[in-house]
Design a binder for this molecule. Sequence first.
Ligand SMILES: [Zn+2]
Length: 1775
Amino acid sequence: MPLMMTLKVLTITSNGRGFRGNAKYNVFYSTPSCYYQAVTQSNPNLITISDDFFPYAENDHAYWTGYYTSRPTTKRFERIGNNILQASQQLNAFANMKNDNKSIDYNENLTSLREVMGTMQHHDAITGTEKEKVALDYVRLLTKAIRETEEPMGQIIGDLLRKENVTERITLPISTCLLTNISICDDSLKDRFMVTVYNPLSRYVTYYVRLPSYNSTYNITGPDGEETYDIVPHMYYSINSTSQASEAELVFAARNIPPLGIKYYYVQKLNDKVNGVEVADNKTFGSSGVSFTLDDNNLLQSVTMNNRTVSINQKFLAYISNNGTGDSIASGAYLFRPLNGTDAYHIDYIFGKDNVNETTQNRVKASYTRGNLVDEVIQVFNDWLTQTIRVYKEPENNYIEFDWIVGPLDNDTVDTEYNHGKEVITRFLVSDVDHEDFYTDSNGREMITRKRKHYPYGNSSFEPVTSNYYPVTSKISIEDKSKDIRVAVLNDRSQGGSSLWGGEIELMIHRRLLRDDYKGVDESLQEMEFGKYLVVRGQHYLVIGSATTDSDIKSTAAQERELALKKLLQPLVLVGDATEEAWSLENIQSKINFEWSGLKAALPDNVNILNLEPWKDGSYLLRLEHILAKDEDMNYSKEVSVNVSDIFAPHSISSIRETTLAANDWLSPSDTASLDDFKAKNDDDYATPSIPRYLNENGTQISLTPMQIRTFVVELFDNIIILLVIPAMKKNAVFFVLLFVYGVKSVPLNSHGSKGSFAGHLGCVKCHSVNQTKINVHLIPHSHDDVGWLKTVDQYFFGMNTSIQQAGVQYIITSVVEALSENPDRRFIQVETAFFWKWWKSQTEQMQQKFKSLVDNGQLEMVNGAWSMNDEACSNYQSIIDQFTWGLRTINDTIGTCGTPHVGWQIDPFGHSREQASLFAQLGYDGVFFSRLDHDDEAKRQSEGNLNFAWQGSANLDNSVILGGIFPTSSYGAPKGYCWDYNCADDPVNDDPDSVDYNIDVLVENFVNLTKTYRTYYPTNNVIIAMGEDFQYEAAEMYYTNMDKFIKAFQNHEELNVIYSTPSCYIQAVHEAQPDLQLKTDDFFPYSNDAHSFWTGYFTSRPNSKRFERTGHNILQVTKQLIAIGGLNGTDKYSENLRFLREAMGVMQHHDAITGTEKQHVVRDYVKLLTRAIQYAEKPIGDILQTLLGIDPAEDLDVNLQLSSCLLSNISICEVSQESNTFTVVVYNPLSWPVTQFIRLPVDGKMFNIQGPDGEEKYDIVDPISDFSYVSGHYQPADNELVFSAKDVPPMGVKLYFVNQTTTSNTSFPPVGNDDYSFGDDQTGFEINNDTNLLESVTINGITLNITQNFYYYYSESGKVDNTNISSGAYLFRPTNSTPESLDGIVTTVGSTRGELVEEFHQKWNDGQVDVSQIIRIYKNEKYIEFDWLVGGINITDDMGKEIISRFTITSDFNNNNTFYTDSNGREIIKRVVNHRPDYTYNSSVEPVASNYYPVTSRIVIRDDEKDVEVAVLTDRSQGGSNLHNGEIELMVHRRMLHDDLKGVGESLNETEFGSGVYVRGSHYLIVGSATKPNSDGKTTAAQERILAQKKLVQPWVGVGRISSDTLTYDEIQKKYSLLKNALPENVNILTFEPWTNGTFLLRLEHILEQKEDPTLSETATISLNDIFNDYTIDEITETTLGANQILDKFNEIPRYIWNTTGQKMDVKPTVTDNSKSSISLTPMQIRTFIVKIVPDKENFGVVLKPVSLMFFFTAVLLYITIYDGENGYVLIRR
Ligand SMILES: [Zn+2]
């Protein structure tokens, strides 16, 4: 067949996509055939080789020659399988010929065995290089297949033997006796039994049937009358088995079984005992033709055969296996490496260790049998080695048989102490012959000449034995031409063998090795059976004859060929119990013939029917082979011809066509019909076959040259009529199959739309139907893809760093898309938009479309939708809203509205906040699902059926009730045993009833039981089961294939309805059942998975990255606003600069990012990502501010506001303010009220002049908190800090300051007296105790409170002390003691300041365990006291982790009734009671500290209602905190630990920086005020806290910039800008203002107070949007849901789920609906989201826009001139 025509060759030139820009290389996808073609085209000169590639050695010591023999019993069983397969194929072919109506498919009988035999050929099956359990499985498979094949054999043979006058079919009760090798066969031990012998060869064969028997006399009736027989003893067996070996063995000859024919024997046991074996002194055995003699030691001495007598010795030896000491190359399943490279050791012939004496030591115990048919000598060498030497006496048996049993190789036969195994060989040594070569067969066919001691490429001295080993698949021979002697040993299976010196042949027969040879199988080869090491039985056949071929008698080689064939394809002996009357001899004789032949005549001796088997459509496969090689025999090596026309009498061949060897293609290229078209449709097709279809005189004469194999497909005449019918029948069958498939696929899908009132609620999501009278099991396929954890985000996406974890999200999504496309029933949920986006942008449009269509058709549901699955303890609500908004927008921008998520999927966060539930409600979600909740809570809910519940997420907002869904176990993975991901260890579903591993029934049954338990956990008949774990579905088809089968197994199940589902479908199903749900009004903190494991450590873990996240949030809000303002005029040139920061902040919210529960290298990556994103977002800020301030770069070239925030000012480093004598400071206030900001900049000087919009500013010079001497970096920390006040920075406005370092100053720094320990004034101030230097009292809001503050530390539990293995770690907090340690030493004053603007007291603790400094500070006119602390260098030299807290203790009488309040994600406040949970009881004494810790995202509050005092501490980041005793607040500020807490991160939380434990700087803000009434400023303390929290969360952005020229006159430029015309009310905040899509802006307003927090400020607020902006007007406004992805009006048209609840609802104020679009009302805590269009004011056009528009014109021109910058994408050339 011309190759060119069939192969499509991919050629990609260097200009193509394949390999850009390199003309030297052409890289493309290829195939071996394409490679072959390419090589052929280049016409190379190739070296011809004519031998093979054995043996294979990787190096001089690693010869892969052991596997030739490994697992010898498997190797033998494979040969038996082949023997039975060939015989069965033939018998089934004949049965098919005889089968008149073709009602039986005889191919089917053969399928399993054909397949298994294919499997057995695998290079880790027949080789013995598989694992032990796999080898056992191969044996099991093969046994089963053999059994299936022999099952119909009784009928087939019955049919063939049946006499013509017998019409009734006869099924003979016959089967193979596979265990005759251990002398077990139940049927042959019956008093009457039948034996059928089928000869699979195409010649007459005499076969010696050998069956387990009694030591008795027998009568054997066969086709030739009564047969003689021998009763012989069997060998000694050391095997335990359920059946006992028989007394003796019966041997009789089935003489001249016809070619492909059957002989039938009837055997009756007579009662006479036979005499014992004949023992004679004469040590010659056999007949005159073939005989052997033994020597005095009972070892073989000589053999006579083919008119020659040769001296030959045969014995057993063993190699001691090398154990690989020193070089790791040991004998193993693959390798053979004897310890002593040169020769094997003799095996001592000792009979039992306790019976040693000199005379018997070298003498083999022997017993002899001389029978009518056979002479046998049984040699017992020792207790694990026995052999029978056997010779059949009739002339055609020209060989001597060596039938050996070896094993078990017990521990005392191998050297277990030094790991030396043993490899046993048999060795034949012929005296006085000489030869250079020896010969081994190649796969049982041609012989290959091997040179003795020939090392073509190895060094002979390294491995002289193993390097000379070759595979002996069938025989090994030597020749001495001068003496005309040829010696061959044939084997019954593959073995390794060699001829190491003259006259010697050795074959390895057994191996037991104690070491793995490191080639991958990872087991040592030590086979066990019946509790002992393996016993092997096998045979060698010795042939001795002439070495020449030029003789008229058959050459020795030809004899060997014939013998090999007879041994490979032995007659199939089937034995059956004939004791029933129906099978009496008389009855059977009347019904069947005792002889039958499938062939009309025998074929020539050099031809064999290699295959005869039923083939397609009633045809047969016939394969003929010439069994001799050329020159092997004078006569038989000639070409031979066979006429096959009526070979199968009485059936004659109607057509015959030759095929290629594998019968898959017609041999003749001119024969264009395909094999499938074998059945011709019209006569034309019969006209041109190369080998005639219709027989003629020459057409059936098939000739064969030596070793030729020819393959034919033949048809027989009596089949023709039937064949015409079959195609029509097949068509019908196909039709029925299609119908069936259609039926399966048309399982009705129930879109939510069909439910009437909920029309459109779920959008495109489509649900499989549920049945509320059954248990509906909702299987939710999902993959939990952490946006960073053990690996970084990108490592997870691309699948890098696999040594840590095998996980690649890009593969997951692609693989899921492909799998979903395969079957429309399948479902999947896509969760993390960060990964979705990375995937989407790297896909082809086609792939994107594929994904989208799966969303559109309801198979793929987008859930959660946020950028990441955010943590719920540490994240601030603003960041959560942002990351949902950006995620939902990305979904909208890519896949559109069908992707709109409807549910929260927070399966992994370590506790769940109420605010998260509230946000979900506001996002329009129906519910939230998770798996982690306190174990006591979980148990209670399970027992009460409350794993579904109604969750009211807000105490202020209505419509905040959603459904809560908890998984039935504490995991979000598939139930044990049902995980079918490629990285799961569970067994797949095996629904093939033919398979030995069939398991679906058990899987179903167990699942039913499991699900019935789960059902009790839920209020309705709907159970949710998450099918997926971390990073699963990388090979999704695997999971789905199994789920498909599993779900199918439940079709029409009585109790269960198992369906693919999604969370939305689950909620719909639950809602349909209308349950009463228990109402939940608080949160799920803290989370503990057992009595000791409270996940309260992560509230504080990695405090620096927790703070950096807040900084990132602050900068994101500022840059969003400024870039929006910069784009108000209609040019949106900077909004892409926000992308990275939006994304990075989304990533930071992830439940392994802000939590600090990721690996160290991952946190570094987060910091890198965030830093880069901040820099990119800040890049255009200078330009924007410049524009806002009316600075025209064209005119004011000296002012170039290259501004940046000084991110290192927390360690007193700011490059610009330290290095420049003159610099600008720009302060932007992102809040919607004016804010006074105290600017604090590291400086090295002390005298400054500061000019601002309000003239010259006062300033203070203060000391930094520390000299930061531990910091080693490029920049040095500053000596001083400059403090000045940016007063009343306008709402969303800017103030610009110029700072000049001078030599004079208008500010004096009054010294602080040593005895003066009071700071501040009578409204706000504090006092220090002059003994302890600690805080003594504070005065805020005019209330003075005795309160002290100090630092303490808990020792971290290591889990070793109490053997629980539960230690404090990144997740868990577990102190050793409930009382924390005090810091040692006196606290010293390291300075204090009473400046114009700020008063400070500096403290330093002198403790050896932790380095602590703190500034207690008050700014003028502020109503709080700041505690600015620096904690680090935690000492771990005592091997103890430490967790540092700051504790505020009210020293006067204060009673807060064990009650305190913490915020939920920085918003609503939740009441906490010490040692108490509202929903369940728990034992608070087990972990009294950790179990009372709660997340303090923003603040913690205690109140004494009687005294009307409230004390609040606000934080600058998330921390864990508690109120363990009345009047006390503690916050954990830092942690360093030495143990992993075994929650998965696999590292201890031990952050270091600059060579010591990391330092953390942070602030606490203390407020004291009235608990109930407004304070003197008219605001309640709660309101003050709210406003302060906003100010600290979203602080003014301070940009510092160099001034390039000192000639600038400050007066010349504008110094102030405000977007807002007026400040908004103090209870309203502009939560979001950012550029949105198509020139619109996203505007989000929030009411920042809760109900009843303040009599005035908690009222509904109303603002007018009509006149809100300077210079701009809102032109269009559209309200949306919180996520800005759904228009609110449209959303409200869709009915919401209403839940029936039990329990007390929190009382909320109904939200206001305004009719006027320009007037916006907000009820407490309400957030409203709008998409707005903003246009410039008409009247201001001339004034403001003119210079601006000129600017834009300028830049617009420049926009066209762009350069490509690889790092940042397209950027403008500015100048
Ligand atoms: Zn996770």
